[in-house]
Unconditional design. Structure first.
Length: 189
């Protein structure tokens, strides 16, 4: 079984990106197990806290989980045409200490999709993520893309994806990404 974490990069419990992550898990192929994760509980990065107390428990647990997976699907909102601060903060903690980065991130297949109520479809955010993902040493899947705009109109009141065109694009994306994760052996240090 190919194990993938769909990780909404927002703190809102019912964010459009959490809804999109849930939809990704629903359309996953049979050979892939998608779990929807969370960055909740990771405090603001503070080097003094790191020096005094080490890695926060929420960050350490997420890092350990990621280190055992076959892939991570980042599901990102876009704030001010870039990466949301809480998302970048979570990755800043998970890139600490630097000598632990290879254990967690090296050669990890990652995907990048996102939803926004605006018309831009998270293009700016996804572009901004590239530098971070390159630094971490991940293997970004670029077989197709998904920039979901007007997200408010694409889900029902229970948070289910109702836009069939988006569902079709999401299914194509998730299938391709899951195959990438399955077929690309991850080199672990």
């Amino acid at each position: 079984m190919t194990r993938i974490l769909a990780l909404p990069m927002s703190l809102r419990r019912d964010s459009f990106n959490r809804r999109l992550a849930n939809a990704a898990a629903e359309v996953a192929p049979e050979f892939a197990e998608f779990e929807v994760g969370s960055i909740a509980g990771i405090p603001l990065y503070d080097a003094d806290v790191e020096l005094r107390e080490g890695q926060p428990a929420a960050s350490e647990a997420l890092k350990d989980k990621i280190a055992e997976l076959d892939g991570v699907l980042f599901v990102t909102p876009e704030y001010a045409t870039s990466i949301p601060g809480v998302a970048k903060n979570a990755l800043d903690w998970m890139a600490r200490p630097p000598d632990d980065v290879p254990r967690v991130w090296a050669d990890l297949p990652v995907g990048l999709i996102g939803a926004t109520p605006g018309r831009g479809g998270t293009r700016g955010s996804q572009q901004a993520w590239l530098t971070v993902l390159r630094y971490l040493g991940t293997r970004l899947w670029t077989g197709t893309s998904l920039y979901m705009a007007s997200a408010r109109d694409s889900f029902d009141d229970e948070g289910r994806l109702t836009d069939e065109k988006v569902r079709e694009l999401l299914t194509r994306y998730v299938s391709g990404f899951a195959e990438h994760c399955r077929d690309l052996p991850r080199g672990r240090p």
